[in-house]
Design a protein around this ligand. Structure first.
Ligand code: TYM
Length: 339
């Protein structure tokens, strides 16, 4: 068996399915940038997850470049960390197959993301969408990652990953072979809501473009979307309690806070008593200041897709160097004659 388990290895990823939005940034990528100093980090563009629902091939390739560009533009260093696209390392798919045979139908039937994405037409959902969480477990465990920084919506999938790791270790008598990875979910901005409906999370699949800020939005788009963001007629309160039952106001205050790296209560104290018209102008300034340079850098990087692909391919090789010995152990544990 190859060596001892790591203690501080991060794996996380984003799907290349359309424009990267503020929720992805505030809920996930922003935190990765902080964590890269203290952890050995593997950041992935999860293109194999993306195709669990139909993707236009040309758009998929472009979106893969875009997510990689976003990682770099947000401050992920591709030399210090591993940055790659999932399909570059076949170990993910190989381990996912084994996990398809470990995870139980009943576990997957409980996944709320499958229910949301498949909607009423479950019969017509791809089988890939159903076993999506097994691939996600494989992403993480192929590297024996110990920490997984994500937004709140991925918590259930991480619990399933731990269940799969536990069952694999038990079934095969391989005590402690897979570590039980810890979710790293920041309290602030763990769940950014739609700008049109404070009860729905901000999401790439929302049909309304006004529901989300995209990382490449320019100042005019940011201003327009925030002007149109749903609010209520009351001015902003001075205490957090006053935001209860006001989900849209609460969401805008959280965004305002997260963009400035301050807590919600401090942010609220800065804008207490303001009407939404004035608050939205201030929020626009903050958003343009923070997102503008990231969006510009993304556009600059995306103008050189060959450079991005070179980074991704090199990252894929480095990723495989870590996962290959782990897969070899897995094959041995399962009883395959081996590679
Ligand atoms: P995805 O592509 O939907 O989202 C990427 C990251 O952004 C976070 N996020 C949000 N955070 C706060 N508010 C929101 N409205 C919001 N929307 C999205 C997500 O929590 C996520 O951290 N299954 C994953 C991708 C994945 C993965 C993995 C993640 C595949 N394999 C292994 C970690 C480890 C997904 O669909 O994320």
């Amino acid at each position: 068996m190859s060596g001892s388990n790591p203690t501080n290895r991060i794996f996380s990823g984003v799907q290349p399915t359309g424009g990267l939005h503020l929720g992805n940034y505030l809920g996930a990528i922003r935190n990765w940038v902080r964590l890269q100093k203290d952890y050995e980090c593997i950041f992935c563009v999860v293109d194999m997850h993306a195709i669990t629902v139909w993707q236009d091939p040309v758009a998929l390739r472009k979106a893969t470049h875009e997510v990689a560009a976003a990682y770099i533009a947000c401050g992920i260093d591709p030399e210090e960390n591993i940055l790659f696209h999932q399909s570059a390392n076949p170990n993910h798919a190989e381990l996912a197959w084994i996990f398809n045979c470990v995870a139980r139908m009943g576990w997957l039937n409980r996944m709320t993301q499958f229910k949301d994405k498949a909607g009423k037409n479950r019969e017509n959902a791809s089988t890939g969408l159903f076993v999506y969480p097994n691939l996600m477990a494989a992403d993480i465990l192929a590297y024996k990652a110990t920490h997984v920084p994500v937004g709140e919506d991925q918590k259930q999938h991480l619990e399933l990953t731990r269940d799969i790791a536990t069952k694999f270790n038990n079934d095969f008598g391989a005590e402690d072979f897979f570590p039980l990875p810890e979710p790293v979910i920041q309290k602030e901005a763990a769940r950014i809501m739609s700008l049109r409906d404070g009860a729905k999370k901000m999401s790439k699949s929302d049909p309304s473009e006004y529901s989300r800020l995209i990382m490449t939005d320019g100042p005019d788009e940011i201003a327009q979307k925030l002007r149109k963001a749903k609010t209520d007629p009351e001015p902003l309160p001075s205490e957090m309690d006053g935001l209860e039952d006001r989900p849209e106001a609460r969401n805008l205050v959280s965004i305002y806070a997260a963009l400035q790296d301050i807590d919600d209560a401090t942010a609220l104290s800065r804008v207490a008593g303001k009407q939404f018209k004035d608050f939205k102008e201030e929020l626009t300034d903050v958003a343009v200041t923070k997102l503008g340079p990231i969006g510009d850098e993304m556009k600059r990087l995306m103008a050189a897709p060959d450079h991005i692909e070179a980074i991704l391919h090199k990252g894929g090789e480095r990723a495989r160097e870590i996962s290959e010995p782990i897969l070899r152990d897995v094959y041995d544990i399962v009883g395959f004659v081996g590679r």
